[in-house]
Design a binder for this molecule. Structure first.
Ligand SMILES: Nc1ncnc2c1ncn2[C@@H]1O[C@H](COP(=O)(O)OP(=O)(O)OP(=O)(O)O)[C@@H](O)[C@H]1O
Ligand SMILES: [Mg+2]
Length: 244
């Protein structure tokens, strides 16, 4: 018997994707690839459709046309919970931690998916090693933590589900500059730890400086894409997105 061959190619491959809300079409003909072990940045102004895309990838919003292939399998019609169980995790915009629960309770809730059953305690220890701050604060109510700490918690909670693809929706929104820097360090660390990251950011410059590949999305369509270092140096990108 020949051993099973690990799927190669991008971890996520989206083509011709459209989606929206009821009759309202927001995303049109989106093509996007997320390479294994990379950080892919999705940048664009308010209302461009970044969150809509993340939700469509997770299956919270039904796609219209197009396809989404994850780890070699077509997930376009897969229910959301099965996508989660296949290793896709969303760290939602606004963090959405349970403010009246403790840090540890929030983290444990991240492990309720079947994929993460068994080994919750070890997983928790791993997250605490990665985020010592969360260990320090484990008995503190999440709602009493700073925005940056809550973001760390939201990321930690997503990792409890043992994801492979982490969708990070605007993780630095509303954070003080020093915390923005810290969150970008964490994102770099996720890649070093072997996670694959799709990052949505309005902080375009930092996002592209951190990412391997970038996509610029405006009014629901991809207007520009390429290696992130090329986009960072692109005069048009500089002018329109970095205000330079
Ligand atoms: N539940 C909804 N019903 C109808 N339209 C919606 C809904 N949620 C978002 N939209 C619309 O979809 C478009 C894209 O919104 P989306 O939240 O995806 O943008 P975004 O790029 O994430 O913006 P931001 O940077 O502000 O988070 C906007 O025009 C928005 O008004
Ligand atoms: Mg958004």
């Amino acid at each position: 018997m020949t051993p099973p061959v690990a799927p190669s190619g991008p971890l996520l491959d989206i083509s011709g994707l459209s989606s929206g809300y009821g009759p309202v079409v927001i995303l049109r003909d989106i093509g996007l690839r997320v390479e294994r072990g990379s950080i892919t940045a999705l940048v664009g102004p308010n209302g461009a459709g970044k969150t809509t895309l993340m939700k469509t990838i997770l299956g919270l919003i039904r796609r219209g046309a197009g396809s989404m292939v994850y780890d070699g399998a077509d997930i376009s019609d897969m229910p959301s919970h099965r996508r989660v169980d296949a290793g896709i995790a969303l760290v939602p915009e606004g963090r959405m931690v349970f403010t009246t629960l403790t840090v540890e309770q929030n983290l444990r809730l991240g492990a309720v998916v079947p994929r993460a059953h068994g080994g919750t305690q070890e997983r928790l220890e791993e997250i605490f090693r990665q985020f010592p701050k969360l260990r320090e604060r484990r008995r503190q109510l999440a709602g009493s933590m700073s925005g940056g700490e809550q973001q760390m918690l939201a990321i930690g909670r997503s990792l409890m589900a043992k994801p492979r693809l982490v969708l990070l929706d605007e993780p630095t929104l509303g954070l003080a500059p020093i915390m923005v820097k810290k969150v970008f360090e964490i994102i770099g660390q996720l890649r070093a730890d072997g996670y694959t990251v799709l990052l949505s950011e309005q902080n375009s410059k930092l996002a592209l400086e951190t990412a391997d590949h970038g996509y610029i999305i405006e009014n629901g369509i991809v207007t520009l894409s390429g290696p992130a270092h090329q986009l960072v140096d692109d005069p048009e990108v500089k002018r329109r997105y970095f205000g330079m």
